[in-house]
Write a protein of this length. Sequence first.
Length: 116
Amino acid sequence: MVNVVSIEELGLATLRKISSLYIKDPITHVYLMYDLMYEFDRTSVYMVIDNNDIKGYMLIWRGGVKLGIHIWGYESSIATHLIKHIPLSEESIIQVYNEGMLPIIIEFLKGKATLK
């Protein structure tokens, strides 16, 4: 069963899984790890968890002029669980780590946001 949880709902086991993601691929997950450690008050994270494994996440950082949004996942379909959490009322820069997610995200944003 797939669940999407916010950072406030995460427990110690999930934080360990985040650490494991970072250890396996520090370049990809550096923003996630850094923001959770040092920018916690400016950070929101939504995780897609299936069978107690992190399948994807969306990191939203509110520390700049525009929101910094990072969307990561093993499978393109993960984006369908995360996109509803994109804050549409604020200007943002979205970084996507799985090219297959782009059509899903773009289709969701059409008519709701200005795409550049």
